[in-house]
Design a protein around this ligand. Structure first.
Ligand code: ACO
Ligand code: KIV
Length: 586
């Protein structure tokens, strides 16, 4: 029988704060960022980082612009102790960066922590004990007074040791499991710690209010933070810090609402690594601010490098759909998205506006070190817009709309069969096979010339030599220009009733050797109109090639015993099989 959640789980009680103010606040500046990758992130890894990996991540965090970095729990493990020593002894702490170390409110651990800090110019000593009703009851078996005593004694020892050291100590206290702690008790225990440290507006105490376990909707965390800020004494002598986890998958939202509710500082990790479902993801938070026009003060401009570094250090993958960072987050496969992105990018180029406005792309991929290459990729969900985008981007083709429709039908037929992706290179190969390559049995244009008809005005006579399977075939035609005369000659040669329906062309580059593309839509009796594409440095020859391309496609259809319109596949069975085999092989 299924479990009845109503009998097994208790809903989180709402906070009594009817005049809450945070819903009308906005985030206009970044908080103080503190990375806990090397502590909370590290303690959650299957294989915790050694010194080499820790140092690599530490350097990356400094380079990003973090000014406060929790480097470990030196009293808990020799590696963490040694790493703090390593940074201090190798003078790896820039003047504007403060190392932070975590310790439980327990005397031997606190003493050991101070040993780890010897020689450090400035450090945040972050002490914690657990305060929630559940932990008081089942872990510590203590009442409120006993728990306050642990915190007070821990703070007293730290205060004493701080007076004896040359290191400038910044105090930080966390009522761990804050989200499960009654708010009045959270204020009481924090104020007991404040009584020891005596913070002032010039020497503020960091009070860190962790969502050790995310237990409710983000608005509840915001209420808790606002309630605390409004009830704690000497608010101006405090830095209110949040340390959200992501158990409900809403760590980022909870943090944003907590900032609106008055938090000054955020502890989190890159890409949300951390205990269970992780700590809050600082990269997403920072980029969310960035996309609202707020400089987060953290450099995420080389996201691929950050991902590589994080994956190496944590030995955990960053999900391909991870916000801003995942391999696929700037990629559209679906046709209507591709169409809108294609149009949006074009409109942006034309507008010359610096303001980013592209449907389905909340940020410019280049702002995080990505290119536009991956934005549009082709599979069976894709449409003409995506196909046209890639051919224009990589080969400067300006395909007329009906040709886009026709060619996307060819591509779709292949992707439907292969059920996979078609790379940009494969797409170009398919296009060339379909329109530009001479297949066995196709007509090729060896040479041509036109002369005015001396017996009629505005009429030209054409003499050309076609090749079919290495055999020459002379042809002759007349018309009001070379194109018209060529179509006339082909009517005679092929016996097909051919009409030129549409024509367009464009140059590729400039100068005498610039290539031109010509696109023709031909109607052959018994077939729907069909496109041909020609390429040559001479525009007339490009046009004649395009006409032959269309005629050859009709001939291939006839040879395969098929008929049908432009939207049906124009590929012979062999072409389709070859293309499918190529896609499958990659
Ligand atoms: C939410 C967080 O992420 S907090 C950070 C958590 N990080 C870690 O725990 C990683 C590092 N910790 C460790 O390696 C170990 O826990 C150590 C080295 C610190 C301590 O190890 P041990 O002394 O063997 O204790 P262990 O952790 O198994 O048990 C905790 C004991 O400390 C007590 N305790 C836990 N927290 C505190 C605290 N803040 N203040 C005082 N006592 C505490 C517990 O009640 C328990 O007491 P008991 O032995 O009388 O039952
Ligand atoms: C030590 C505290 C801040 C912690 O890591 C947590 O509550 O998650």
């Amino acid at each position: 029988m299924r479990v009845d959640p109503a009998t097994k789980y208790t809903p989180f009680p709402p906070v009594d704060l009817p005049d809450r103010r945070w819903p009308s606040a906005t985030i206009t500046r970044p908080p103080i960022w503190a990375s806990v990758d090397l502590r909370d992130g590290n303690q959650a890894l299957v294989e915790p980082m050694g010194i080499e990996r820790k140092a690599r991540m530490y350097n990356a965090l400094v380079a990003m612009g973090f000014k406060e970095i929790e480097v470990g729990f030196p009293a808990a493990s020799q590696t963490d102790f040694d790493f703090a020593r390593y940074l201090i002894e190798h003078d790896m702490v820039p003047d504007d960066v403060t190392l932070q170390v975590l310790v439980q409110a327990r005397e031997p651990l606190i003493r050991r922590t101070f040993e780890a800090l010897k020689g450090c110019k400035r450090a945040i000593v972050h002490v914690y004990n657990s305060t929630s009703e559940l932990q008081r009851r089942v872990v510590f078996g203590m009442d409120r007074a006993g728990i306050i005593d642990i915190a007070r004694q821990g703070a007293q020892l730290i205060h004493t040791l701080a007076d004896e050291t040359d290191t400038e100590i910044v105090y930080q206290y966390s009522p761990e499991s804050f989200t499960g702690t009654e708010l009045d008790f959270a204020v009481d225990i924090c104020e007991a710690v404040m009584d020891v440290y005596q913070p002032t507006p010039d020497k503020r105490l960091i009070l860190n209010l962790p969502s050790t376990v995310e237990m409710a909707t983000p608005n509840v965390y915001a209420d808790q933070i606002e309630w605390f800020c409004r009830h704690v004494k000497n608010r101006d002598s405090l830095i209110i810090s949040v340390h959200p986890h992501n158990d409900r998958g809403t760590g980022v939202a909870a943090t944003e609402l907590a900032l609106m509710a008055g938090a000054d500082r955020v502890e989190g990790t890159l890409f949300g690594n951390g205990e269970r479902t992780g700590n809050v993801d600082i990269v997403t938070l920072a980029m969310n601010m960035f996309t609202q026009g707020v400089d987060p003060g953290l450099d995420c401009s080389n996201m691929p490098e950050l991902v590589t570094m994080s994956e190496y250090c944590t030995r955990l993958p960053v999900h391909p759909r991870h916000p801003y960072a995942g391999e696929l987050v700037f990629t559209a496969f679906s046709g209507s998205h591709q169409d809108a992105i294609n149009k949006g990018l074009r409109a942006l180029r034309q507008s010359n506006s610096g303001v980013w406005e592209v449907p389905y792309l909340p940020i410019d991929p280049t702002d995080v070190g990505r290119t536009y290459e991956a934005v549009i990729r082709i599979n069976s969900q894709s449409g003409k817009g995506g196909v046209a985008h890639i051919l224009e981007r990589d080969h400067a083709l300006q395909m007329p709309r009906p040709l886009q429709v026709e060619f996307s039908g060819v591509v779709q037929h292949i992707t439907d069969e292969s059920e996979g992706e078609v790379t940009a290179k494969q797409l170009w190969d398919i296009f060339q096979q379909e329109y530009l390559v001479q297949h066995p049995g196709d007509l090729g244009l060896k040479e041509y010339r036109t002369v005015p008809d001396t017996h009629a005005t505005d009429v030209r006579l054409l003499d050309a030599v076609l090749t079919v399977n290495d055999e020459d075939r002379p042809i002759h035609g007349r018309g009001n220009g070379p194109v018209d005369a060529f179509v006339d000659a082909l009517r005679t040669e092929t016996g097909m009733d051919l009409t030129l329906v549409n024509y367009s062309e464009h140059a590729l580059g400039v100068g005498a050797n610039a290539q031109a593309y010509a696109y023709v839509e031909m109607k052959a009796e018994g077939h729907a109109p069909m496109y041909g594409v020609g390429r040559h440095s001479n525009i007339v020859q490009a046009s004649l090639n395009a006409i032959l391309s269309a005629v050859n496609r009709v001939r291939r259809l006839n040879a395969a015993g098929q008929s049908g319109g432009a939207r049906s596949t124009q590929k012979t069975k062999e072409d389709a099989q070859a293309a499918r085999a190529e896609v499958a092989a990659q």
